[in-house]
Design a protein around this ligand. Structure first.
Ligand code: PLP
Length: 233
C-alpha cells in the first residue's frame, strides 16, 4: 500500500507535468487536499509530508477534525477550506473556523458569513461557485447571475472575493473536460476585465486536474488520489 507521502508526490508530479505542458509556473497551482471522510490521523500524516491546505465538505465532521488536529499539533499552521454545500443556519461556524469558503452561491449566505466573521480574524476568503453544467446540477450561481452576485459580494467588508469555483459534470473525455473548465475561465476573465481583481480559479479534482490546469486552475481540489478511495459518504 502506498503512503500518503508517496501519493502526494505522485499528485505533485501530475501537477508539475500539467504546468509544464501549459507553460505555467508550478507555483501558480496550489494543491488543496480534500480530507472529507478521512480522519485527523490522515490529515496529520499529510501535514507531516508537507501538505498544509485541507478541504472539507461536511461541517460537523470538519469541526471535530480541526479540534483533533489542533490537539495533536497545536503549532501546526493548517489552512482549512470549506468546499461543501452551505446551510444558511450553519454559517457562523464556517465564518469562525475556516480560512476559505469555495461554495458561496447566494448573497444571503455571503452576507451572513461577512457579518459573522470575527473582527479579530482577517476577511474570509471566498469563491463563488458557478453552475457550469446547467440543468445537470443544482449547485452554483447561474452564469447569467454571476456578475450581479460578484458585485454585491465584493462590497462585503469581512469577505475577500478571491475567484470562482466549479464542479463540472464528470467527463472522461479530456477535450470535454477542458471545454467545461474553459467556460469557467471565460467567466473569470470577464470579471477581471470588469475590474474585480480575482486571483483564484478553484477547479479540477483527482480525475480531471490536468485539464483544469491547462485551462488556468490555481487551486486543484484532490481527495482520492491522496487519501485513497472513500467509503460510504
Ligand atoms: C470530494 C470533492 C473533491 C475531491 O474529489 P476526488 O475525486 O476525490 O479528488 C473535490 N472537490 C469537491 C467539491 C469535492 O466534494
Amino acid at each position: 500500500m502506498s503512503t500518503i507521502l508517496s501519493k502526494l508526490q505522485a499528485v505533485d508530479s501530475t501537477i508539475q507535468a500539467a504546468c509544464t505542458a501549459s507553460q505555467r509556473p508550478r507555483a501558480d497551482v496550489h494543491l488543496l487536499a480534500v480530507s472529507k471522510t478521512f480522519g485527523a490521523d490522515a490529515v496529520l500524516e499529510a501535514f507531516a509530508a508537507g501538505q498544509s491546505a485541507f478541504g472539507e465538505n461536511y461541517l460537523q465532521e470538519a469541526l471535530d477534525k480541526q479540534v483533533a488536529v489542533a490537539a495533536a499539533r497545536p503549532d501546526a499552521a493548517v489552512e482549512w477550506h470549506f468546499i461543501g454545500p452551505i446551510q444558511s443556519n450553519k454559517t457562523r461556524p464556517l465564518a469562525t473556523h475556516f480560512d476559505w469558503v469555495h461554495t458561496v452561491e447566494r448573497l444571503k449566505i455571503a452576507q451572513r458569513l461577512s457579518e459573522q466573521r470575527p473582527p479579530t480574524l482577517p476577511p474570509l476568503n471566498v469563491c463563488l461557485q458557478v453552475n457550469i453544467s446547467g440543468e445537470a446540477t443544482k449547485s452554483g450561481v447561474a452564469p447569467a447571475d454571476l456578475v450581479a452576485l460578484a458585485q454585491q459580494v465584493a462590497l462585503l467588508p469581512q469577505l475577500k472575493l478571491r475567484g470562482l469555483m466549479a464542479i463540472p459534470e464528470p467527463e472522461t473525455d479530456v477535450s470535454k473536460q477542458r471545454q467545461a473548465f474553459a467556460a469557467v475561465r471565460a467567466l473569470f476573465d470577464q470579471l477581471n476585465a470588469d475590474g474585480f481583481g480575482l486571483d483564484t480559479l478553484s477547479m479540477g479534482m483527482s480525475a480531471d486536474l490536468g485539464a483544469a490546469i491547462a485551462e488556468g486552475a490555481t487551486i486543484v481540489r484532490v481527495g482520492s488520489a491522496i487519501f485513497g478511495a472513500r467509503h460510504g459518504a
